[in-house]
Design a protein around this ligand. Structure first.
Ligand SMILES: Cc1cc2nc3c(=O)[nH]c(=O)nc-3n(C[C@H](O)[C@H](O)[C@H](O)COP(=O)(O)OP(=O)(O)OC[C@H]3O[C@@H](n4cnc5c(N)ncnc54)[C@H](O)[C@@H]3O)c2cc1C
Length: 576
């Protein structure tokens, strides 16, 4: 088939690579006059890393990349306030993780197709006329062409999407932030392989030292700090950033001085693209054009590569039946991308927390990443790619049996190193962190803080009465819970199969007596100590338990006991 791919970024070049490998004729059209250079740095891992490996690109990507060793949050005077060593990522990904300029990644993929795929730089699709059996495409500059398919891989502000599906506003979901980035030469200080950030409520500046004496700066800020649309000219962008970050200390003034001299400033809204369909007639979208997850996901490039790989795989040997191909492509990839978008949207607030409390909390949580089970809990989920890419049997670059097999293998590796999937046939709720730990760690942390700065939150006599009542009630409930579980021969541990539904004893009144007594004990200890530091994390703890423990358990019980569990659920409340 003759396929026009609009956009020579990550998705477009990956698609062109796999299409030409299966014998399709590709025309790649890139808006920029030449391959883009510079720009922001991305983290690269997961499913995209696996695909790049099968393309033989990893050695080059790692060579161009940066093996960042630490993410460090600093206060206004540059003193460390939080952060973590990135070995937490390396451990969870089997060291299949690197940071690299987006432009270097795109160029590396492009080099693999250079000379094999017809490429037009400096032009753009201007019209798409779908004539049923082919598509007539007009360009801003060049002469019209006829092709079998048009694929929009032209990023967040896709022209193909606008032409085939309608205006961007109909699909763009703002995450409430703006982002800007620029590069400066000769900036001091440098901290090699450390990603340093300073945040004040709603705004954050970060820097990363790059090779050749360069430094990359990234600004993130909440929308309310910008009173206007995204500024278009370089001058307006500089003015906007200078005004939004004018009162930020740390290296703020020095960074704004470097900005003044800089060129090529990236500036955009932080948005996602959410669509119900990615295909229309003979046109399809991939990458950010189809389902931008935003920088909050830290995986947009890998996901773009996965979409490209699957679309090319489905097109292989399709016998010209693009309708079925497009349907399978959407079916395979849409639910996965929607889950990624949802989890990125939830993470958004942690990038530039709104309040001083949010910043302190993030600093504390990131410091705790050095405890492996804590890091697994907070980071593991977002590093998980719950998709298995098929082996489409492309002609192999090395040996036929090696290359693509490693995609499935790579994905399996990813699953095993990130704690596994909640596969439907898994006979336990899939909870890896013992729930008592989720209560214990924040409580200990709160009590430690309390020792350095005691902040009471109740009158003394109320604190004692409430504390003892909660502790006693918690102890009674816990005794009743353990007795009932023992009699029912049901496991208390959450990583064991549940042989039968327990609805006796305290389960007649609450579906979660175990977690309820842990919560009562936590609140009791915090009240007895009358410690504000200890009580503050409790809502978050309850939220985490609800989402990650109770939610998983309930899905598992529903799968295992079906109607019986649904009926029980209807008649008994959670109380948590
Ligand atoms: C600040 C920031 C940080 C990020 N951090 C990460 C991260 O850590 N990890 C990660 O994986 N992802 C990250 N991302 C997201 C990632 O960059 C994107 O998800 C990814 O680049 C999407 O690939 P794409 O090919 O769809 O789009 P792009 O890479 O944007 O490529 C689109 C291409 O289309 C071209 N184009 C545009 N318009 C036209 C047109 N009309 N005609 C022809 N060509 C056109 C562009 O010039 C470009 O080459 C980040 C994004 C931002 C903004």
């Amino acid at each position: 088939m003759k396929v026009l791919v609009s956009g020579g970024g990550i998705a477009g070049t990956t698609l062109a690579y796999w299409l030409q490998r299966s014998g399709h004729e590709v025309l790649l059209v890139e808006h920029s006059p030449r391959l883009r250079t510079g720009g922001y740095v991305i983290d690269f891992w997961g499913v995209g890393y696996d695909i790049a490996e099968t393309m033989g690109l990893i050695p080059r990507i790692r060579e161009l990349g940066y093996q960042v060793g630490e993410v460090r949050f600093v206060d206004g005077r540059g003193r460390k306030s939080g952060g973590f060593a990135t070995d937490v990522f390396r451990r969870m990904t089997d060291d299949r993780f690197t940071s690299v300029r987006r432009s270097d990644l795109a160029a590396t993929i492009y080099r693999a197709i250079e000379g094999k795929v017809e490429t037009i730089f400096g032009d753009s699709v201007a019209s798409i006329e779908d004539e049923g059996d082919r598509v007539r495409v007009g360009f801003d500059r060049g002469a019209p062409r006829e092709v079998d398919l048009v694929i929009g891989a032209d990023g967040l502000h896709s022209r193909v999407r606008q032409l085939a599906f309608g205006p961007e506003a109909g699909f763009e979901a703002s995450l409430g932030y703006h982002v800007a980035a620029f590069e400066a030469e000769g900036y001091r200080p440098r901290d090699e392989l450390v990603y340093i950030s300073h945040g004040v409520p709603g705004r954050q500046i970060s820097r990363l030292s790059l090779r050749d004496g360069k430094t990359l700066f990234l600004f993130i800020f909440r929308d309310e700090y910008l009173s206007r649309e995204v500024p278009s000219s370089e001058r307006e962008r500089k003015e906007a950033l200078a005004s939004v970050f004018a009162d930020v200390d740390w290296e703020g003034p020095r960074i704004l001085a470097a900005l003044e001299k800089a060129g090529d400033i990236y500036f955009d809204r932080v948005s996602q693209i959410r669509m119900d369909r990615w295909t229309e007639g003979r046109t399809a979208l991939i990458g950010d054009a189809a389902a931008c997850v935003s920088l909050m996901a830290g995986e947009g490039t890998g996901l773009a590569m996965a979409e490209a790989y699957v679309l090319a795989g489905e097109l292989r040997d399709c016998g010209g039946d693009h309708v079925s191909v497009f349907a399978r492509y959407e079916e395979r990839m849409m639910p996965f991308l929607k889950r990624k978008q949802d989890s990125a949207a939830k993470l958004a607030s942690s990038f530039a927390p709104k309040s001083a409390f949010g910043l302190t909390f993030r600093d504390l949580v990131t410091r705790l990443f050095r405890i492996p089970s804590f890091a697994d809990y907070f980071v593991g989920r977002s590093l998980r790619d719950d998709i298995e890419l098929p082996d489409y049997g492309f002609e192999k670059r090395t040996s036929r049996s090696q290359a693509l097999g490693s995609i499935a293998q790579g994905d399996r590796r990813l699953k095993s190193r990130t704690g596994g999937l909640m596969a439907d046939d898994q006979d336990n709720p899939g909870i890896r962190v013992p729930p008592p730990l989720i209560y214990l760690l924040p409580l200990i942390l709160g009590l430690l803080l309390d020792r350095t700065a005691h902040l009471p939150f109740l009158p003394r006599n109320v604190a004692r009465a409430l504390g003892w009542s909660l502790l006693s009630a918690g102890a009674l409930l816990s005794g009743w819970f353990f007795k009932t579980m023992r009699e029912a021969e049901a496991p208390v541990r959450t990583d064991r199969p549940v042989p039968r539904l327990t609805t006796e004893g305290p389960f007649r009144y609450t579906r979660n007596p175990g977690y309820l007594c842990l919560a009562m004990t936590y609140a009791g200890i915090a009240a007895l100590r009358n410690s504000l530091w200890a009580i503050i994390p409790l809502p978050l703890v309850l939220y985490a338990v609800q989402r990650e423990v109770i939610g998983r358990e309930e899905r598992y019980l529903e799968r295992t006991f079906g109607e019986a569990y649904l009926a029980y659920k209807q008649s008994v409340r959670r109380w948590m």
